[in-house]
Design a protein around this ligand. Sequence first.
Ligand SMILES: Nc1ncnc2c1ncn2[C@@H]1O[C@H](COP(=O)(O)OP(=O)(O)OP(=O)(O)O)[C@@H](O)[C@H]1O
Ligand SMILES: [Mg+2]
Length: 257
Amino acid sequence: MLAVEGLVKRFGGFRAVNNVSFRVEQGEILGLIGPNGSGKSTIFNMLSGTLPPTSGSIMFDGREIAGLAPHRIINGGIGRTFQIPRPFHRLSIFDNVSLAGFYGQGRHSRAKAEEAAERALAMVGLPTDRHASVEGLGAAGLKKLELAKALATGPKLLLADESLGGLDEHEMDQAADMLRRIRDELGITIIWVEHIMGVLMRVVDRVMVLDHGEKIAEGLPADVAGDRRVIEVYLGTDADASLAAAAAAQARRRIGA
Ligand SMILES: Nc1ncnc2c1ncn2[C@@H]1O[C@H](COP(=O)(O)OP(=O)(O)OP(=O)(O)O)[C@@H](O)[C@H]1O
Ligand SMILES: [Mg+2]
């Protein structure tokens, strides 16, 4: 579904993303991890058109999309969430989501956008009435709103820049289950950026690790969580929890649960 070759992003003399190549298969959940500043959000910004790549190729559904404007990319089927939610505070929850649906689906019709908003809100578990206000939403609610906005654009590929920091454990598990349901029930392919390894490793099919803008590892969760270099640059004391979560997920898959 997605084939990225030699992707580079330079800011002045600094290479935030340095020659990164990877593929994502239809229906997969790929975890994208790495230390702060390693280039994860910058990759999302290039995949979604927010930033043009300095060089490299991004083939999505057989078409080159590197450097296209964000609305063209969104209309083509790549939806994204933002790491820092910035909803329109004067609009209701419903209107925030239907607005995303309206522009994200290429301004087809208001009725279609509202239908998409209703489905997306139901999927993430936010109220579907027209007047509920954004103001009452806490950290977990704002994350759900981000997801609903992205879903309302009708993506085939969802880029989820989550950072579940600020959520309690139950809310984190809920967020993880939601991503899995989005893949299982809606058939949406997902790339998921997240720092909390015990949650991420349980859900993803494959993991890719960045450090200083370069890909340093890629593979099954259990293999990546046990990789010496990955432990050194990123997992550190989280390594045991990551391995345990990856191993438990692998065992569950084996018995088909
Ligand atoms: N618009 C920009 N101009 C200059 N430098 C930038 C810009 N955007 C990002 N950077 C730099 O590029 C590097 C990669 O940033 P990026 O936001 O992609 O990291 P990240 O992996 O998403 O980190 P985090 O886990 O903290 O979200 C950082 O050093 C950052 O300061
Ligand atoms: Mg980021």
